[in-house]
Design a protein. Structure first.
Length: 258
């Protein structure tokens, strides 16, 4: 099985890149399943039901979120009902939505998708290591093919989780920093990993924001209204190939100009 994971899609440029390119890209890469981190779809912060449905209509099978999950209030009732859009599992148990779902690949093989939020700087209700074992156990009851989106700031936390889950899941894929790291790998136990899968959107920017606005905020310390940049748009992510038993056989970073 070949699983395409698309990293944080940012604003209009990220959405258009997926709408215009994903159907053909899936065929070119022979991807049997596509997972998207969509927490920055709505002008760079959050997601709406309309945008989630648009992305699912392009050929995305599941959408993961992150620290901006609740920035758009209209997503709350949507997450209560959705089976294909999930939020980090280590948010409050009282929060709507869930952090684990199951979706079918092209050949009907069931794939588990888990979403987690890192502890450092992001402050989830509980740490990711406190919930992950239970989530993996639940997923393994239905399928050996398990993909984890670790939405986290600290590279150490993402690397540690990948090592802890080596041999237990198919892939641990880092998101959130929007900078694709050069460490796509297969670990000794057969788990694919990358510290950060990158960003789908405008790379002539400061992680998706117009550079002059981000720089002004950093230089002055004053509030600045950020706007999404527009130049050098590309799709970034990871292509993972795995066997029927869930063990990964290849993990390659994807970078496609649009």
């Amino acid at each position: 099985m070949r699983i395409l994971f698309i990293a944080d899609a940012v604003g209009v440029p990220g959405r258009r890149a997926i709408e215009e390119r994903l159907p053909s890209l899936r065929e070119e890469l022979r991807a049997d399943l596509c997972i998207l981190n969509g927490e920055n779809l709505a002008d760079g912060v959050g997601i709406t039901p309309k945008l989630a449905d648009k992305m699912l209509a392009t050929g995305v099978d599941a959408i993961t979120l992150g620290n901006h999950t609740w920035r758009r209030g209209e997503i709350v009732p949507y997450l209560k009902e959705s089976e294909r859009v999930i939020r980090p599992a280590n948010m409050s148990k009282r929060a709507p939505g869930k952090g684990l779902t199951f979706v079918a690949a092209r050949d009907e093989t069931e794939v588990a998708v888990i979403n987690l939020l890192g502890s450092l700087f992001l402050g989830p209700t509980v740490g990711p290591f406190e919930v992950i074992d239970e989530l993996v156990d639940e997923a393994q009851k239905r399928t050996p093919v398990i993909v984890v989106d670790m939405h986290a700031e600290a590279t150490s936390e993402k690397v540690a989780l990948a090592k802890w889950l080596d041999g237990k899941v198919t892939a641990v894929l880092g998101t959130h920093t929007h900078i694709q790291t050069n460490d796509a790998r297969i670990q000794p136990g057969g788990t694919a990993a990358i510290t950060d899968a990158g960003m789908t959107g405008p790379h002539d920017s400061v992680i998706g924001v117009q550079a002059e606005l981000a720089i002004r905020a950093m230089r002055t310390g004053m509030p600045v209204r950020f706007e999404t940049a527009a130049g050098d748009v590309r799709i970034e992510g990871v292509l993972v190939e795995c066997r029927e038993d869930g063990r990964a056989t290849s993990c390659e970073a994807v970078r496609v100009p649009v």
